[in-house]
Every structure is written in C-alpha cells, then in structure tokens.
Write a protein that binds this ligand. Structure first.
Ligand code: GFB
Length: 404
C-alpha cells in the first residue's frame, strides 16, 4: 500500500469517527465536548433582569429577546439565546427554590425552540471545554435620567459612565465576565445589534437589566406566535387539569361553571393601595360581577399570593353570601416537586379555563392569564375584567386581543 493510500484511508477513518460521535441533533455527548462543530460557529446571548422583578414580568422580557433572536435567524444569523435560569426570585418564599432552575421545570422547551433558537444554560455548560463559562462582554444597561429629551422619546444608546452588575450570575461561581461595559439605553430591543456589532469576535454576550429594551412591536402576529410557543411544562398542565376536573367536573378548554379571580396582595397591596380593594370591597365586586355574568354560578376559584389570614377572611365572607370558594393548596410533596414557580403556574392555568375571569390591575401575573384565555378562544368580555379600588378612579383595563 502506497503512503498516499494510507493517508487517504486514515482521513476517511477520521471522518467516520467524527460523524459517528455526533448525535442526530448536532449535540455531543458530555465526554466528547469538542466534537460539536455547530457549537464552534455559534454565538450566544444571555440576559439578566432587575433582581426584584417577578416571574411573569420576566416572561415578557424573554419574549423580547426570543423575537429578536427569531428575527435574526431569518437573516441567517448564527445567534442563540441562552435561557437564563430561574434563581432566587424575590416572590419565591419556600426554601426549595434555592438553586438555579432550568426553563424545562416550567415550560415545554421543545415548543420554545420551535419559535426561537434557544438553549438551556446546562446545554451550553455541557459543550464548553473548560468548566468555566467565560462571558466575553457584559453590557450593563441603564435607563437615561431623562427619557424625554426636548419632549421627545427616541431610541438611543450611549456607552460610558459608572455602573455595577447587581445580579448574581444565577449563583454559579464557574461563570466569569471578561469585560463589563456600562450603557445608557432606551428604545427597541433590535438596537442591541448595534452594540453587539462593535465587537464582532465576541461569542458570549450578556445583557444585565434585560427589562430596559422594549418590544420592537407589541401585539403583532409574531408577538402572539412567540406567546403561543410558551407552553407550560406538561406535568403542571396535567396537575391543573386534574384539579379542574375534580372540583368543577370539567374536561373542556372552556369551563362554564366557575369564575376565577387573581387577587394580588403582598408587595402589590402595599405599594399600589390606590389600585387594589379591601377584603370587603373584593367580596362586593365578585358578587356583583357574578350576578351580572351568570347568577347561577356558585363556584369561585381564587389565585392569590395573599396571607392565610386574608384568604380565610375572604373565603368566609364569600361563603356567607352563598358561594363555594376554591383555592389550590399544594401538598408538601407538590411544593417540593413544582416549587413556588410551578404552584403559581397551576393557579394561572386553573384561572385560564374559568367561564369568567377577574384580575388585578397592572399585574403581569394577571396579564399572562388574559393572554392564555385569548389563546384558548374565550370571548374577551369574560377576560379583561379587573378588581377596582374601594374608592376613586377605576381605569378600564387595556384589551390585548390575539392576532392569529
Ligand atoms: O409574576 P409577577 O411578575 O407578577 O410577580 P406582578 C409576582 C409573583 O408573586 C409571582 C407570586 O410570580 C408569584 O410568585 N404570585 C402573585 C402568586 N400572585 C400569585 C397567585 O395568585 N398565586 C401564586 N401561587 N403566586 C410585579 C413584580 O408582580 O409586582 C414586580 O414583577 C413588583 O417585581 C411589582 O414586585 C409590585 O406583575 O403581579
């Protein structure tokens, strides 16, 4: 055999080995990290959100980034969005929540991937050679002091000034940042590409305060396609459906025999007193709404972050006037499994299927239920209803109707 033939045969063998170590979806086994050639060409964006913000506001921030990355894919860009783990959220009180959780705990990640090029952080960890994940550049976004310059709000950004990253890198000590840049930013999210293009060699780019950039367009078909792709984790859906069947004997998308209420309390009741009613005011409003909508309904499902004492009082007052009040109270095992985040989603799913829904003004928890009901096909008059304060103005809630 000639030397040339031996070289050719060795090359062929190498090719066979390389292709056979690659799995069908282009990812590699943990032991063979370097075999992923796609990964070598890909670039990644990850973001973080203002620490005190809650789960449902974060879902909207996700949509802004997911739409940005989905648009980029249509222009053959090789960017992927790393899903920032859920970690140490202010509203999550149970001790079971103290570690970074993947999106698959709460969502159907396969469905998210159908809309946008997203990956879980652990997928990225499994592909990097050293065990340290080095972010090339962290842009810390900041609001401008004056959003309306000469009375005009316009898209703009500007590098410079002092800033600190106030997040925790999701509690991981093997994530490091090579360079931090402070950026004043205002306007549409797609303008972030201008920033990114300043350093074309960057592979891992992070944005802190991802809530600052806004949707390019709100409420469009693309917005709703993205929203529809945010299906919940199947175990959460199944638990909620079991509850609905048990207490309301309903197996349909639209159940006609119960009313649901999102009664937001805690920090909301403290800091937005002018928007939320007292317990007595809540009872009166629910009673009136049911009388107007369908006086035969006796079942009320209440989703709330309220304290036990408030909930007991609300339940008592509603029962006194003839209603049957239902709350989803997880067992210890359910709380350990679903965590606070999963329990809240189960509350939202049960609210979504009710004949009639009453929400809390300007709560993103309520907004996400309203969107879900739009997707399920409810008449919008049964969805965009709010609890009013006991006294004073009660603004009519905005109706964000689905665009298919
Ligand atoms: O989801 P979220 O952004 O809605 O934050 P808002 C509120 C969190 O409180 C939820 C819990 O993610 C839940 O963890 N929570 C609220 C509930 N209502 C319920 C409920 O009915 N059932 C259950 N199980 N949990 C904004 C925050 O909250 O309110 C901001 O995002 C700020 O950070 C502001 O705190 C005052 O839009 O209602």
């Amino acid at each position: 055999m000639s030397i040339k033939m031996i070289i050719n045969l060795s090359l062929l063998l190498l090719c066979v080995i390389l292709t056979s170590t690659e799995k069908q979806d282009g990812y590699c086994d943990l032991k063979e990290k370097t075999c992923d050639r796609d990964f070598l060409n890909e670039k990644f964006i990850i973001y973080d959100v203002n620490p005190p913000e809650g789960f449902n506001l974060r879902r909207d921030v996700y949509m802004r980034f997911a739409i940005m990355l989905s648009d980029a894919r249509q222009h053959n860009e090789n960017w992927k969005l790393i899903l920032p783990p859920w970690y140490s959220l202010y509203h999550w009180k149970a001790k079971q929540n103290d570690y970074p959780m993947p999106w698959s705990n709460f969502f159907d990640v396969k469905s998210l991937k159908k809309f946008a090029p997203v990956v879980e952080l652990h997928e990225v960890f499994s592909k990097i050679d050293s065990n340290i994940f080095k972010i090339d550049r962290l842009y810390v976004l900041q609001n401008y002091d004056d959003a309306f310059e000469n009375g005009e709000f316009r898209d703009k950004w500007e590098i410079g000034g002092d800033c600190d990253y106030d997040g925790s890198l999701w509690g991981y000590n093997n994530i490091t940042v090579k360079k931090t840049i402070c950026v004043k930013y205002q306007g549409r999210i797609s303008k972030l590409w201008e920033l990114i293009s300043l350093n074309p060699a960057d592979k891992f780019v992070m944005f802190a305060h991802g809530e600052i950039p806004l949707h390019d367009q709100y409420g469009t078909k693309t917005f709703w396609d993205c929203r529809k792709s945010m299906k919940f984790n199947k175990n959460l859906i199944s638990r909620a459906k079991k509850y609905i069947y048990k207490y309301f004997n309903c197996n349909n998308k639209i159940c006609n025999n119960y009313v649901s209420v999102h009664w937001r309390r805690q920090d909301f009741a403290r800091s937005r007193k002018k928007d939320v009613p007292s317990i007595g005011g809540t009872v009166k409003q629910i009673d009136n709404a049911i009388k107007n909508y369908n006086p035969h309904i006796v079942n009320i499902f209440i989703a709330s972050d309220g304290q036990n004492s408030e909930l007991i009082e609300l339940e008592k007052q509603l029962s006194d006037i003839g209603f049957k009040v239902h709350l989803y109270l997880p067992t210890q095992l359910e709380l350990d499994t679903f965590k606070d985040g999963g329990v809240a989603i189960i509350d939202q799913i049960i609210c979504s299927h009710a004949a009639y829904f009453i929400g809390t003004y300007e709560s993103t928890f309520t907004f996400r239920i309203q969107e879900e009901r739009e997707i399920l096909g409810f008449d919008s008059s049964t969805t965009f209803n709010r609890l009013c304060p006991d006294n004073g103005r009660c603004e009519v809630p905005s109706k964000w109707k689905i665009v298919n």
